[in-house]
Design a protein around this ligand. Structure first.
Ligand code: S3P
Length: 173
């Protein structure tokens, strides 16, 4: 496998879990960008946001993207906001097949409901603590970036294995 396979998509669409299974099926390495940032900085993402703020996190994220795209033949799961950055998106598209996982708002809401894990949603003051509204706004803002994927898979009614099967069919086309 020459190209990397890069999973993008909103928080809660299953990038990490699908990425792991996909990599196992393809017999290649898997890197989760958020986990790499946490390991490199010995700090959880929520803690990085709390201590240093989002701007700093995005800087670490850009650095991590630059490093992972040097690899070949691996599966990479990005964070939900990684593709907001034009250079990140360019590098990822240049170095792999970009697949976007999608889910509807109710699904995303239920999969991201635990407080303290998703600082971007927890910190959305302008939505007055309304998580659904915060998700709607972010989905709208980010649609233009997710739309740049080579392929999209809706994860709502499918099992992980069906999703993997669909991705593999697309890759083998
Ligand atoms: C973020 C998504 C998170 C993580 C960080 C910011 C975002 O990743 O990178 O909390 O801006 O959407 P997941 O999509 O894996 O939750």
């Amino acid at each position: 496998m020459k190209n990397n396979i890069i999973l993008i998509g909103f928080m809660g669409t299953g990038k990490t879990s699908i990425g792991k299974i996909l990599a196992t099926k393809l017999g290649c390495a898997f890197i989760d960008l958020d986990q790499k940032i946490e390991a490199d900085n010995k700090m959880s993402i929520p803690k990085i946001f709390e201590k240093y703020g989002e701007t700093h996190f995005r800087e670490l994220e850009r650095q991590a993207v630059k490093e992972v795209v040097k690899r070949h033949g691996i599966v990479i799961a990005t964070g939900g906001g990684t593709i907001k950055d034009a250079e990140n998106l360019r590098l990822l598209k240049e170095n792999g097949v970009v697949i976007c996982l999608t889910a509807d708002i109710d699904e995303i809401l239920s999969r991201t409901s635990t407080k303290g894990e998703r600082p971007v949603l927890d910190n959305k003051n302008e939505s007055h603590g309304d998580r659904r509204l915060a998700i709607e706004k972010l989905l709208e803002e980010r649609k233009q970036f997710y739309d740049q994927a080579d392929y999209k898979v809706d994860t709502k009614n499918w099992s992980p294995l069906q999703i993997i099967e669909d991705i593999c069919q697309y890759l083998n086309r």
